[in-house]
Design a protein around this ligand. Structure first.
Ligand code: NAD
Length: 286
């Protein structure tokens, strides 16, 4: 059996088209252009690429974006002062602090300083709480992108066993929270670095989501025949980008699988655009 490839690139494209159309409508109705302000501290090459991709993605759908580049020596107070400025700026609808931050900065208190109504990454505890209670303002971009892929591909979640590998605040935990929501109704297991006999747990999954950060961590024999395999991992191995799932082996066992690249990655950016639009609409009261 060869798995259906879940084409994140094309699903993301249709999300971007929807965002572009709605952005145009908002502009016509209110004169407002949604505006994403990104903060990049230091010179991490991967972060540079991520921020540039986000800038391009904004431009392509008609969103305004500005990038605030700060030196690697920036202090906590300097960064907090910039966030405060952006919090107060009525023309800024989304604030994104590119992670990781240099070591001298306390990421958690920096992220906490972003106004929840402009927190388009949905990392602020207020937004996490709203999501957990099933009344989200913004959904965290990567898990939201995965939910969108499942929905577009008609993958049933009700009563199915979803296993999420990874318990980060950015991917694993919110992913599990979305899968367990009323209406989605999966039965969810979260695995992490201390899980015992993880292969056995994974083999019980109807939907397996890997967000580990270890190249090809999930082997073919950890996947139940016919399961859906979602690969969040982005790992650089030499010149290649490799996921957390052994794609060649898994695609012989799974019924559907996301590739790396071209799977979850494009969805994450598309959902960021959607959140920025949502923020501008909320600010406009429309
Ligand atoms: P993280 O390092 O914060 O979390 C990794 C998780 O994996 C941890 O919770 C840990 O408990 C678990 N883990 C580590 N070793 C394990 C083991 N041996 N067995 C079981 N679990 C183990 O990473 P993250 O931010 O959640 O990102 C995970 C991966 O997803 C990374 O490769 C990252 O680059 C990628 N990522 C991709 C996107 C995207 O848009 N596609 C977005 C965010 C992260």
């Amino acid at each position: 059996m060869s798995a259906q490839v879940i084409d994140g690139k094309s699903i993301a494209k249709s999300v971007r088209q929807e965002v572009a159309a709605a952005t145009q409508q908002l502009l016509t109705a209110t004169g407002i252009v949604p505006h994403l302000a990104a903060i990049l501290v230091g010179n991490d090459p991967a972060s540079e690429v991520y921020v540039r991709n986000k800038e391009r993605a904004c431009a392509a759908v008609g969103l305004k974006s500005t990038v605030h580049r700060l030196s690697a020596e920036t202090t906590q107070n300097e960064l907090l002062a910039l966030i405060e400025l952006l919090n107060r700026d009525k023309e800024v609808h989304g604030i994104l602090v590119q992670l990781p931050l240099p070591q001298q900065l306390d990421s958690m208190s920096i992220l906490d300083a972003v106004l929840p109504s402009k927190d388009v990454d949905a990392f602020h505890p207020e937004n996490t709480g709203l999501m957990l209670q099933g009344r989200p303002r913004f959904l965290p971009c990567t898990p939201a992108g995965i939910m969108k892929m499942l929905q577009v591909c008609g993958i049933q979640t009700v009563g199915r066993h979803a296993v999420v590998i990874g318990r980060s605040d950015i991917v694993g935990k919110p992913m599990a929270a979305l899968l367990v929501q009323k209406g989605v109704d999966a039965t969810v297991t979260i695995c992490h670095s201390r899980t015992v006999d993880i292969s056995r747990v994974c083999r019980g999954a109807d939907i397996l989501i890997a967000a580990v950060g270890i190249p090809e961590f999930v082997k073919g024999d950890m996947i139940k025949p016919g399961a859906v395999a979602i690969d969040v991992g982005i790992n650089r191995v030499g010149e290649r980008l490799v996921g957390d799932i052994d794609y060649a082996a898994a695609s012989q066992v799974a019924s559907a699988i996301t590739p790396v690249p071209g799977g979850v990655g494009p969805m994450t950016i598309a959902m960021l655009l959607q959140n920025t639009l949502t923020s501008a609409k909320l600010a406009a009261g429309s």
